[in-house]
Write a protein of this length. Sequence first.
Length: 200
Amino acid sequence: MTLSPLRFYGQTVKDSLLKADIYELVEHLEFMYGYDQSLREYTLFKTFDKHETDRIESLRESLQKEERKKRSFVSDSLGDFIWKQYINPIDSIHTQKLIDITRKYGFPTNERLKKYYDKEFIDSEFRALLIFIHAPQIYWDDLKSLMKTELDEGRISRCDYGYVLWHVNGRNKFSYLLDNGYKLVKDKNGRERFKAVDCH
């Protein structure tokens, strides 16, 4: 890919800003990611214990269902309360924050962050992209445009772009994934999953 002088200048500025603010930025991103994942896992497993949720998620699907059934809320009211009061409002705040971060620094993929961040991420599964995968619908049009720019300027992969497109188009067309580097494969438990295989 050949960069125009203007685009190269834009990339250099964004990378310089990213480098200067890297530690503060990663702290913000890890907090948003951790909140996003922990609250959602709590609604499924009724625990914030990451070791326990990872253990359950590694089980065969039938055993996962049993665990979820054992841990389900007595009524739907608590689950609804968590979604309405904690998850949905914060999804909106975090989406806007990540849009602002992306406009200033370029999208913070792990690869870009690791150029300047010399520590391990708190969570080995950390990916800022998941914040956009939970973006409320009011942000979808902005994200389509923003992430196309990030793809065109080489700051996100084709797979990341396809994953966001799948979400911001209603999650009902797998072609957004399949046309952007994903393939349908079977995992060790025999379940079909989308896997990123050709992201360039």
